[in-house]
Write a protein of this length. Structure first.
Length: 416
């Protein structure tokens, strides 16, 4: 009987050594939770035996309990390195089978080739869908969080607002050979126009296209008619557009003789409205004062920020930030009932109870710290002391087994 008791002590000490060694091995594993081995004694006796003389039957491993205490937090330079200060777990969907959820305190996340936030194993970080202003759209549903590299739709330019300053006198002719010109307008021949202003134009895919507005002087001021007139031309991607109306006139003080109306240009692939409001003439040389258009293209990601409530904000090319989602933090009524999956991750079980999701900082859940990682909660000093204790217990149990074996051998020798 004593041999079996000593053997149970060896097994218990071995289990203690295994748990302690595992803690030490994972001292640098982010989000790892330390565990300890709990034992209970074995006691069996006959109902007819005297209780005051009954002895135990050894020891057994009753439970391997994990510590879910807060680990130390280390600062990093990556926005997607996340730590939870307080209760709760990050929710991660399996990389292979979407919807197979696991829960972890390891917050080293990144972005995959499709823009989804993932961990090192390819699991997708889960969050609540939000409106652009950050309000949660549906707190009963969680899903993958995606960070698009661009935002917005491509829009073809249809309106150009241009303000230029045209010059009085013969200096305002530029290289134009004659006024009015004796040659047909040719954008490649600068003797057929007085001035040109490049403009920004985008096609329906948001790509910039070569375009310019040309001013052909058609009349110089005289005593009888002290006005200066221009014909306005527009060329887009090498095509000279047709327009109506396409002329402007200035008085002797450089002001428009009549308010400019919008010029509508058309071509094979374009219909463009040109506004020349505030264009004037002066003694200064030709210059473009301002140029704007209504075309647009998707804007690139310029910044990502995660608040302590787990709300993700993204900025695109300097525009105001928009919300992409809010982290879904999970918690359980019985943490000891969670099933360890490795990779510092856990799965829900009947013993743990159903997961309860919430936003960070609410309902007793911890806050999110961006640019930080929670380290293992293993205390290396304590584990080394436990290792010495487990080794001593193993040696003592081995000695007890040796003594029991020696006693049995002595008895066998007596019989012999």
């Amino acid at each position: 009987m004593s041999s079996f008791i000593a053997l149970s002590g060896l097994n218990a000490a071995q289990a203690d050594l295994t748990a302690t060694s595992n803690n030490i091995a994972n001292v640098n594993t982010g989000g790892f939770r330390a565990s300890r081995t709990e034992f209970s004694d074995l006691f069996t006796r006959s109902p007819y035996a005297a209780s005051r003389t009954a002895m135990g039957s050894g020891v057994r491993v009753q439970n391997v309990r994990q510590s879910f205490s807060q680990g130390a937090v280390s600062q990093t330079a990556d926005t997607l390195d996340l730590a939870i200060q307080g209760q709760g777990f990050f929710t991660v969907s399996d990389a292979v089978q979407n919807g197979n959820m696991s829960y972890t305190r390891a917050g080293a996340f990144g972005v995959d080739q499709n823009g989804y936030i993932v961990n090192a194993g390819g699991g997708f970080l889960q969050g609540f869908p939000t409106n652009m202003d950050g309000s949660i759209r549906d707190q009963t549903d969680i899903g993958r969080i995606r960070v698009p590299s661009t935002y917005g739709e491509a829009t073809q330019t249809t309106i150009v607002d241009l303000q230029v300053n045209l010059q009085f006198g013969s200096e305002g002719h530029g290289n134009q050979a004659a006024v009015p010109s004796a040659l047909a307008f040719d954008p490649t021949d600068d003797t057929t126009y007085a001035s040109t202003a490049p403009i920004n134009v985008m096609d329906d895919e948001g790509n910039p296209v070569n375009a310019a507005v040309y001013f052909v002087r058609t009349a110089d001021p005289t005593l009888a008619a002290p006005t200066t007139s221009y014909e306005v031309r527009m060329v887009i991607d090498g095509e000279t557009m047709t327009a109506s109306p396409a002329s402007i006139t200035f008085d002797d003080e450089g002001n428009p003789s009549a308010p400019f109306s919008t010029m509508n240009f058309s071509g094979t692939n374009w219909n463009m409205a040109l506004n020349l409001d505030d264009t004037e003439m002066s003694n200064q040389s030709f210059s473009v004062e301002s140029s704007a258009h209504n075309g647009d293209r998707p804007r690139g990601l310029s910044g990502l920020e995660i608040g302590d409530d787990g709300l993700l904000w993204a900025s695109y090319a300097g525009d105001r930030a928009i919300a992409l989602g809010q982290l879904a933090i999970g918690n359980f009524s019985n943490l000891q009932g969670l099933k360890s999956l490795g990779d510092a991750s856990y799965a829900a079980t009947n013993a743990s109870g159903d997961v309860v999701y919430g936003a960070a900082g609410s309902d007793g859940l911890g806050n999110i710290e961006s640019g930080a990682l929670e380290l293992s909660n293993v205390s290396l000093t304590s584990e080394l002391v436990d290792l010495i204790t487990a080794q001593r217990n193993y040696q003592a149990s081995a000695k007890a087994l040796e003594t029991s074996s020696s006693m049995a051998q002595t008895i066998m020798n007596i019989r012999a």
